[in-house]
Write a protein that binds this ligand. Structure first.
Ligand SMILES: Cc1cc2nc3c(=O)[nH]c(=O)nc-3n(C[C@H](O)[C@H](O)[C@H](O)COP(=O)(O)OP(=O)(O)OC[C@H]3O[C@@H](n4cnc5c(N)ncnc54)[C@H](O)[C@@H]3O)c2cc1C
Length: 457
């Protein structure tokens, strides 16, 4: 190993069987590139471990060299991390520490640190099981579930953080510890919401759901129908049972050859999600929206694995910027404000403005839950703009801020952490749980080795 006083990261060279990349190395740019291609993260080094022992060795070496460590699985949530200086940070990319073991009798799965949801769902489907995954299959279980994790099964089954039974974590002293309700219970509490601030999670055991198939899909109209569709959805969504979790999005697509004709160059309004009921009851619940005569209606019974395609998330990394808020409700003034930003006639650069149903089990605190076990609020507002070049990113951020500002009068001030693209003020998000989270962090990582997208200090 070469040691350079000006380049402490040099001391990591040779770890992970050579998969440590420093600025200037041939592999550095590929290794540092996150899923969100708009994020230009430039850490002191990127380590790509294949085992928990390799993770532990990297953490020990980084701490000894006075460097910090940022765990990252896919980089879907990289925006907040990448916006800060990372020149004393070793990025630990978990993208090659992956694997799923299903225990169908216990209805659980053990997933390694960087495993993506699509691999979990592929492994659970043959057993007639699924999980509290989100809309995109290439999001990792760790970042999603440790940040809360809002699924289209969420109003029935709660946040994904509550489905974590145990975590195996490399802590700041480079030890692998297990955290459960009975073992390292404070760490277990803090991880579920404190995420990458407490250590590198090398495995999670999660509860599975007993669904081989689900009633799910989407309804689509041209954007000029948005005023009646968004109003009808908002009234409907406020009354649906917990078995229903849906979103409404007003979307504007550029003309692109890779997009299907029903999306390419079009401005549309879409309602999608899942209804965890039998076919007759699901059809009865959806009837008021179907009465609005959508141009497309794909709702029906599908294999549970098909749920990962319903929300039409991009199949590969993209450059994107966005913003988010939690709303207490959607009175007429709020709907009008939403439509003024993204509805008919709007020239916003946003790819979409989205409202997702909260409430049901998502809104109920869970006995034995972690820092985040529920979200107080009625709807989540999300917006995303494509950012292929800096001016587009700037405009997208401005339009995203404008949409959130327009709905500020109905914002609860809290956040769904997985949707936050800028650094979240966790003190505001976690309220009275914030001090305990800081205490646990200070106890398990007194030197502040770990840095996450949303820091706990
Ligand atoms: C297309 C798309 C669709 C999405 N859909 C949903 C959705 O339906 N519901 C929802 O709730 N969210 C959704 N999200 C948001 C997503 O859940 C967050 O961005 C989440 O943080 C991604 O987790 P990741 O591990 O893939 O990302 P990363 O950027 O790799 O991780 C984000 C943070 O998680 C922590 N982390 C990640 N891995 C580890 C680990 N192994 N150990 C310790 N800490 C770790 C770190 O603090 C890291 O900074 C979506 C995002 C996108 C881009």
């Amino acid at each position: 190993m070469t040691t350079s006083p000006t380049m402490p990261a040099e001391t990591l060279r040779g770890l992970c069987e050579g998969r440590v990349h420093l600025p200037g190395d041939a592999g550095y740019d590929a290794a540092r590139t996150p899923w969100n291609l708009a994020v230009d993260q430039r850490p002191a080094a990127v380590a790509v471990p294949h085992s928990d022992a390799e993770v532990a060795a990297v953490v020990r070496a980084a701490a000894a060299a006075g460097l910090r460590v940022a765990p990252q699985s896919t980089g879907h949530g990289a925006a907040a991390l990448g916006a800060s200086a990372l020149d004393d940070v070793v990025l630990v990319r978990l993208s090659e520490l992956t694997g799923v073991t299903v225990d169908p009798d216990a209805r659980t799965a053990r997933v390694l640190g960087g495993t993506r949801w699509q691999d979990v769902v592929a492994a659970t489907a043959p057993h007639g099981l699924t999980a509290l995954h989100g809309s995109a299959g290439d999001v990792a279980v760790a970042g999603y579930a440790l940040g809360g994790g809002m699924s289209f099964y969420g109003r029935a089954h709660g946040l994904a953080a509550n489905s974590i039974r145990s975590a195996e974590v490399v802590t700041a002293d480079g030890e692998v510890v297990r955290a459960t309700a009975d073992e390292n219970a404070d760490l277990f509490w803090a991880l579920r919401g404190g995420s990458g601030n407490l250590g590198v999670v090398v495995a999670l055991e999660i509860d599975l759901l007993p669904y081989a198939d689900v009633y799910a899909g989407m309804l689509l109209w041209p954007r000029d129908r948005a005023p009646e569709v968004v109003r009808a959805w908002a009234a409907w969504a406020a009354e649906t049972p917990d078995s229903v979790t849906t979103a409404v999005r007003v979307m504007s697509f550029p003309p692109l050859p890779d997009l299907p004709p029903f999306l390419s160059g079009r401005q549309i309004v879409v309602v999608d999600g899942a209804v965890l009921e039998d076919d007759d009851r699901a059809a009865e619940l959806l009837a008021p929206l179907r009465a609005l005569a959508p141009e497309m209606d794909t709702f029906g019974r599908i294999p549970a694995a098909g749920m990962l395609a319903v929300h039409m998330d991009p199949p590969a990394p993209v450059p994107a910027v966005g913003d988010h808020a939690v709303l207490s409700g959607l009175p007429e003034e709020a709907i009008a404000a939403f439509l003024a930003e993204v509805g008919p006639g709007s020239t916003s650069s946003l790819l979409f403005g989205e409202l997702r149903q909260l409430g049901g089990a998502l809104g109920r605190p869970v006995e034995g839950g972690g820092v985040t076990s529920y979200v107080e609020g009625a709807f989540a507002l999300l917006c995303v703009a494509m950012a292929p070049f800096p001016e587009a990113a700037e405009r997208g951020r401005a339009d995203a801020r404008a949409l959130c500002a327009a709905l500020e009068p109905w914002s609860t001030g809290t956040r769904v952490l997985t949707f936050v693209e800028t650094r979240a003020d966790l003190g505001t998000v976690y309220g009275e749980r914030w001090e305990r989270l800081r205490e646990v962090r200070a106890a398990v990582d007194p030197a502040g080795v770990f840095v996450a997208n949303h820091p706990v200090r």
